[in-house]
Every structure is written in structure tokens, then in C-alpha cells.
Design a binder for this molecule. Structure first.
Ligand SMILES: Cc1cc2nc3c(=O)[nH]c(=O)nc-3n(C[C@H](O)[C@H](O)[C@H](O)COP(=O)(O)OP(=O)(O)OC[C@H]3O[C@@H](n4cnc5c(N)ncnc54)[C@H](O)[C@@H]3O)c2cc1C
Length: 372
């Protein structure tokens, strides 16, 4: 059993050098998950010199330890997003996240697939919500079908993507380094201010700082306490499970549980946060018995998987009250992105690109769309 290692980890990590001495760059990006790496990619495309630092290494946080559902939009279902933002903004966000998914695919070839995804209903109340979800998507011309099959009933979203989140980040890290970005691991930012980011090994002197950290964002930037709140999410993974054939990623109980079967046949299953909601509000990132027992029940009783559980893990994300990400200049010259409320794969990368543009004085359509 691999304890607190994600199923995605094939042991082929790319150790980065530790920052050793002072250095300079136009921009310092703190956090090398999918959002920070996309930000760095955009900055390099804009011709800026970049240093990226991480407390641990590439995709050490949620970006390399998540469920691998690469869905369009933000944390809200489309009909909820329409209610929150209005139809035009919700639709445009949907479109931009789809474009970002195609970009992720192009940048990390072989890590993304498009099997569609299924939302399974668990109750009459959720049936009604699925009806509203279906009606709004149809009215907006978005692809959705009713699902009624061996896994239950709900909605099918043709064309939705899934990926190996860790492989994607590793591929992107290689690509941005080849493109001139300098990345450092084991280099936690201990002091962040306009013009400098301090780590134990040295200081990055820079014109702008972008903090691209989802979980524990309010620990790094205490001014965001009250705006974001860190939570622990958990998963487990199995050996290849030929006894089941799960055609695409699925979510259940309003997305509180979710799973996918990888091309190798392994099942990655996460969720159960609501089973112990109070204790999920934690900056700790170790798995707990109560949630792992719930995940195991879903795996065995609902999905009928008999294969051995080989991995159990947890990681931190952060939530916002509105479900919309944080995208703000929190200190003069210091921008922060994060708070994806459990769904940050596509929108996080998009925020990374947007933050690169805004920090360098350019316009970002995304920043305008998610303004509160
Ligand atoms: C179990 C789980 C399942 C999930 N499932 C899905 C899913 O299926 N689909 C989806 O869209 N989203 C999912 N999410 C959410 C998604 O993983 C995150 O929103 C997204 O990956 C955030 O990426 P990020 O790059 O913004 O931040 P993070 O992944 O949080 O990366 C931040 C990086 O910053 C580093 N760091 C932290 N502090 C410092 C510091 N002081 N100095 C330097 N570096 C620092 C960390 O080491 C880390 O590498 C899930 C999350 C979890 C935990």
C-alpha cells in the first residue's frame, strides 16, 4: 500500500534544483501546480523572464493528486453558474475552459482523453436538479444527454475530458523549462512582497509576484482569510480491475463522490468530504479512516470493484463562498489565484494565464468574467 502517494505517481518525478543564492526575473511564480505552470507558460509566451519556485516540487499539491476530471466551467454546475453569473458570462466561462482543455491536451500529449462524463443522481431532490441542469444546458446549446444504465441514472456529457493530472504537470514543467523558465523545488516562499520573494536558500528579486497556490492559500497570504478556506480532499486507487468497465468519469451525490477508470484499468475514486465535513476544514493533508472507509464502501458496494486498493491519499484545496476563484492583487505587485472550490484543473490553468496577463498590465477576459 502506497500511503499518501497518488495513483498517478509512477515514480518518475523530475527533481528540481533548490534555489541557492539570490537571482532576478521579471516575474516570480510561487507554486508549480497546473495553475502556476500555465502561468509560467503564458509569461514565457509574452517574452518575460520567469523564476518558478515550489515548496516541494512539480505538482506536489492538489494538481498532481486529484481525480483527473477535466470538466468545463467552474465548480458550479452550468445551471447554477447561470443563476450566479448570468447566461452570457457562464457560457463564455464554459467556452474558455473548453479552450483551455484543448491547450492542456496539446501541451501534454497523451495525458488527456475525451470519454465524456456522467453525473449520477442519488435522490429525488437530485433528480430534480438534474432536470434543471439538463434544461439549461439544452437551452444553451451545450452537449448533454439523459443517462440510464448500469451505474444508475442522471446525465451524460459527451466530449468531457479526463486526464492524468500528474503526467500533465510534469510534461508542462519540461516544456516551460525548455522554453527558458527557471524552476526550483524545495524552495518555499517564506516572505512575499513587491519586488522580492524570500526562500531559505535565496531571494528572487522581481518586478511582479504571482502566487498560484490552491490549498493553504490563506496561510501563505493571511489577508485572504475569510475569502478562501482550506479543505482536505481524499482519494484511493486500485490495481487494474478487469471485473468492471467504467466507460468515463462519473460523479455522484452532487459531486461529493467521483471516480474514473484509467486506461490501464485502475480505479481512482475520491470524495466523501461531506461524511466528515467539520474535519475536512483542515490544512492537514493526510488521509482519515472515516473518509477512507466511505470511499472503500463506494468502491466495493456501489461499483463492485474487487481489485486490491494500492493507494490512499489526500491533498489540500481551498473553497470560496461564491464558488468563483480568487484572482486579485492582494499586496502591491503581488497577485494571487486559487480557491477553485474543488474543481480547479481547467479553470486554474485559465486563471494562471489570466494572472500572467493582468500582472503584466494586459487585459484578461477571464478576470473580467469572474469578478465578484
Ligand atoms: C483529492 C482531490 C481531488 C480533486 N479532483 C479534482 C477533479 O477531478 N477535477 C478538478 O478539476 N479538480 C479537482 N481537484 C481540485 C484541483 O486538484 C485543484 O483545484 C488544482 O489542482 C489546483 O492546482 P493549483 O496549481 O492551483 O494549486 P496546487 O495544486 O495547490 O499547487 C500549489 C503548489 O504550491 C506549492 N506551495 C505551497 N506553498 C508554497 C510556498 N509557501 N512556497 C512555494 N510553493 C508553495 C505546493 O507544493 C504545490 O505544488 C481535486 C483536488 C483534490 C485534493
Amino acid at each position: 500500500m502506497h500511503t499518501n502517494l497518488p495513483l498517478w505517481d509512477d515514480g518518475r518525478s523530475q527533481p528540481l534544483p533548490t534555489l541557492d543564492g539570490d537571482t532576478t526575473a521579471d516575474v516570480c511564480v510561487v507554486g508549480l501546480g497546473g495553475s502556476g505552470l500555465s502561468c509560467i507558460d503564458e509569461l514565457r509566451a509574452m517574452g518575460r523572464s520567469v523564476v518558478g519556485i515550489d515548496a516541494v516540487g512539480v505538482a506536489a499539491g492538489a494538481a498532481g493528486r486529484n481525480g483527473g476530471l477535466l470538466l468545463p466551467g467552474t465548480a458550479d454546475y452550468h445551471h447554477d453558474a447561470v443563476r450566479l453569473l448570468g447566461r452570457a458570462r457562464a457560457l463564455r466561462l464554459h467556452e474558455l475552459t473548453l479552450e483551455e482543455t484543448r491547450r492542456i491536451d496539446a501541451q501534454a500529449p497523451g495525458t488527456v482523453r475525451y470519454p465524456g462524463s456522467i453525473r449520477l443522481s442519488a435522490s429525488p431532490d437530485e433528480d430534480a436538479d438534474c432536470d434543471a441542469h439538463f434544461a439549461t444546458m439544452r437551452a444553451d446549446g451545450l452537449p448533454v444527454e439523459r443517462y440510464d444504465g448500469p451505474f444508475g441514472h442522471g446525465l451524460f456529457f459527451p466530449g468531457d475530458a479526463a486526464f492524468n493530472p500528474l503526467a500533465r504537470c510534469r510534461a508542462l514543467a519540461v516544456s516551460v523549462q525548455a522554453n527558458g523558465a527557471r524552476l526550483f523545488g524545495a524552495s518555499p516562499a517564506t516572505h512575499i512582497a513587491r519586488g522580492s520573494v524570500v526562500t531559505p536558500g535565496g531571494t528572487v528579486r522581481c518586478e511582479r509576484v504571482i502566487v498560484a497556490v490552491d490549498g493553504r492559500l490563506e496561510v501563505i497570504l493571511p489577508e485572504l482569510r475569510g475569502t478562501v478556506r482550506t479543505a482536505r480532499l481524499q482519494m484511493l486507487g486500485t490495481a487494474p480491475a478487469p471485473e468492471v468497465s467504467i466507460p468515463c468519469p462519473m460523479s455522484y451525490r452532487y459531486g461529493f463522490d467521483y471516480w474514473q477508470q484509467t486506461p490501464e484499468g485502475c480505479v481512482a475514486l475520491g470524495g466523501g468530504r461531506d461524511i466528515a465535513m467539520d474535519e475536512s476544514w483542515s490544512t492537514a493533508a493526510e488521509q482519515t479512516d472515516v473518509v477512507q472507509s466511505h470511499l472503500e464502501r463506494v468502491l466495493r458496494e456501489q461499483l463492485g470493484v474487487r481489485a486490491a486498493i494500492t493507494h490512499r491519499w489526500a491533498a489540500s484545496v481551498s473553497y470560496t463562498e461564491t464558488g468563483l476563484p480568487v484572482f486579485a492583487e492582494v499586496r502591491p505587485g503581488v497577485w494571487a489565484i486559487g480557491g477553485y472550490s474543488g474543481t480547479g484543473n481547467a479553470v486554474g490553468a485559465l486563471c494562471g494565464r489570466g494572472a500572467a496577463r493582468v500582472a503584466c498590465g494586459e487585459r484578461s477576459e477571464l478576470a473580467e468574467l469572474i469578478r465578484r
